[in-house]
Design a protein around this ligand. Sequence first.
Ligand SMILES: *[C@@H]1O[C@H](CO)[C@@H](O)[C@H](O)[C@H]1NC(C)=O
Length: 980
Amino acid sequence: MRVSALSPSNSAGGLTVLLLLLDFITPAATVKHENFKTCSQSGFCRRNRAFADHALTPESNWVSPYEVKENTVLLQNGILTAEILKTVPGQAEKVVLPLNINFQKNGAVRVTIDELKRTKGDIVLRGESKARKERYNEAERWALIPDWDVRDDKVVYDNQKGQITLAFGPDLKYKAVVTVYPFNIKFERDGETHVVLNDRGLMNVEHWRAQPPEPEEGKEKSPEDLDGGWDETFGGNTDTKPRGPEAVGMDISFPGYDHVFGIPSHATSLSLKTTRGGEGAYEEPYRLYNADVFEYIVDSPMTLYGSIPFMQAHRKGSSVGVLWLNAAETWVDVVKEKKTKTDTKTHWVSESGQLDVWVFLGPTPQTIYKAYGELTGFTKMPPSFAIAYHQCRWNYVSEEDVKDVDKKFDKHDIPYDVIWLDIEYTDGKRYFTFDPLTFKNPEKMMKNIDQTERKVVLIIDPHIKNTENYPVVDELKSKELAVKDKAGDIYEGWCWPGSSHWVDAFNPAAIEWWKSLFKFDRFKGTAKNTYIWNDMNEPSVFNGPETTMPKDNLHFGNWEHRDLHNLNGMTFMNATHQALEARDVGKGKTQRSFVLTRAFFAGAQRLGAMWTGDNEAKWEHLQAALPMLLSQGIAGFPFSGADVGGFFGNPSKELLTRWYQSGIWYPFFRAHAHIDAKRREPYLAGEPYTSIIRDAIRLRYALLPAWYTAFHRASKDGMPIIRPNFVVHPDDEEGFGIDDQAYIGDTGLLVKPVVGEGVDKVDIHLADDEIYYDYWNHKIYQGKGKKEYSAPLEKIPLLMRGGHIIPRRDRPRRSSGLMKHDPFTLVLVLSQKGHAMGFLYHDDGESFDYKQGAFIHRQFMYNGNLKALTSRDLHKDRAAAAAYRKVAGALQIEKIVIVGASNSLDTSALANGKSKAKAILVEDDNGKVKEWHASLAYTAAVDKDHADVLVIKNTKLRIAHDWTVYLEQVGAEDKPKDEL
Ligand SMILES: *[C@@H]1O[C@H](CO)[C@@H](O)[C@H](O)[C@H]1NC(C)=O
């Protein structure tokens, strides 16, 4: 979070604010968009755009100066190696660039291009720098999982007339065609080209060279004196660039693709816009340079807090993806060329490091998310409380305040799971301490919160206060675990505590030390139910260039900050994640961690959740949130949220209410507010708002089994938790650009939150001709296209797609922990043909026992012809499933709701009382067949536009067991009429 203005009259309490004022004079109040670079203010971006402009001008007759030296080509164990030679005008000697193409068994391909001179350290650094001489090659250590490299050793090689063809992947269905001169690579599938590297010849590896001497008076600069390539000054900070210009650029084309998605985080549409000007386009490239962007604007390609350089291209019948594995500052231009079809052409440039591109050839969204996850890891399975509701503000100022908020939630029957403490809980911004005046007995506070199975999240940031009598900073210094400046001395900058140092979490020793700080006997006052929020880890440095660290700072191994900037936040999150898992919670068990991060990179999904940073209490920010979160899902990091209510400013009650109705669909659901914002806990809103918000939060809680199941799927195959239209309906061309409605996991729930002031109806896009039912009143919506949906303030536009089964837990409780033993409800939403299918995943929600098979995983199928509902075990390990059945055997399904019953049953007879439905249960576990005395309640449709509903109550079906329920219709004689 950032300070916008500090006024002693705010509600957080005079004392805290006074402390804040004394502690540091805020430079943040002055941070403006002008403090962040545009492409033309960034030397390498400016150079590479100019390079592209030149290359793309027909008069330039541009030919890319890169050539594969054919006699160096070698294919061995799934890796093709070769040398690329770069011809430099006016220079006889060619620059040697080692090429490495790595083929993975799952069909993913990696193309890496390095610089020979740099790999050998055969360069001279400018100035006194101690920086490494190689191009940064350790991004994979953090971004990829340790055992990512599963090689395809069956690649088939062919070389003809300067074209090397490599067939690879499952059934050799993919091809890479390397053209030797000018170098490019075409990736084919099913005989069509889908991705081309260096298609337009914009590849540009700025090789090392000595800085040319200053030209004499009146003489031109040498062309080798690259514009902005040497010392570069911005906003009063000078970057010394010890290695001079070293950017890497490449263009990547997607022939026949009209839409590209991904490269979060930007406050922009899901389908990326073009960036070279013109109608509805941006002028600036999308920027990826993790930054503490104060009061960010929406609809902008400007950089935000986190970066994932993964892009997906999609068209009817095909999806492909690329990962630009580079952690330095990166810019991406997007243009589209319409001929008969549209080609999307992108241009990627990073300031330093290797050129490292991964290609995923699809053909479906699902196949590329899976392949991407097999490299960077899948979403970590969170502890179950983490997907419930989180209550945060800057700040709950004391133990009494926490207690009061906690009590008021209960008094107003609003569930919540986690209360958050922002920076003011500390003793003068010293992390790992509590303010001795306001948090005298934190241990007791944790216990108190734990009585309702609730949790406390504390903020801990990477800046460590540079002060006396603070053992944490003393250890940081004496153990030399902090980030260093360009001279190799400890780096000092300003953040919340004033003068600070930064933990260098790239250093394994720093991680070990960090782990020690979170032990219960060290971080006094914390308990099992304490979890951590890592903010400001871009890192945010108030007096640094672009509010972050100087690029010539040095990290572990003497890598420059420039090389790994976008990884920084994730390494810190990793350290915290490890620290939480290392705490001794007893019983010899490890407790799942929960860490929220603001900065992130590819792979951070393995560590916890992210949020979109400091948004504003404005309608346009509410609107911007959903596309941003959908984009996170595309890029493999779906555990994402946006501050509900808006961080800065005061939302109107209508905005607050609509934000909750929207926020319950964020995978990470947290309300948060700035210190200057008025208190806005949901119970303060007053009627009818409080009740509407309560209903919304309760809906989130009722659907927690569905959410948990969606998280489980994401953790297995990378399918996003909330899904845009194109992922669910990849052939619905009209819906490819839709980003204001979302599907929840595999449930068929389709939500279109209201995000406009005074809006009381929305148009929901239906991608197919299946029946959709209003969640609330079972009104039927059918027919591809836009459907108007009435949405007064109390109503969330929510449809259920026919053909799905939704698991719920319907009993309202104070927290998700208190729902542990509650029975489930299954909602069968029958398709037009009368069928439905759904899933449920369940485990203890806190330990890692699920890795040993301690979980329930069911598939439910309703066959409308047989009128049979079957629960089938998806657990692959029968013994483990049986063992867990002993633990979870008591969990039951209490109710089955069949929406659209007439699609399967003769409900006219049910309606007029001529017949009744009878359910017969068959338990497969022991082959027992038993007649079953569940009561059935039938509600006829009010009219032909609504569905009928049959409810089976008191089913007492056991969730962990195999069973089939047959619905039979029998004559009406033997039943009392009101039972139907
Ligand atoms: C965290 O970092 C360590 C290196 O210290 C690495 O081995 C580990 O895989 C990382 N953990 C995750 C979950 O990414």
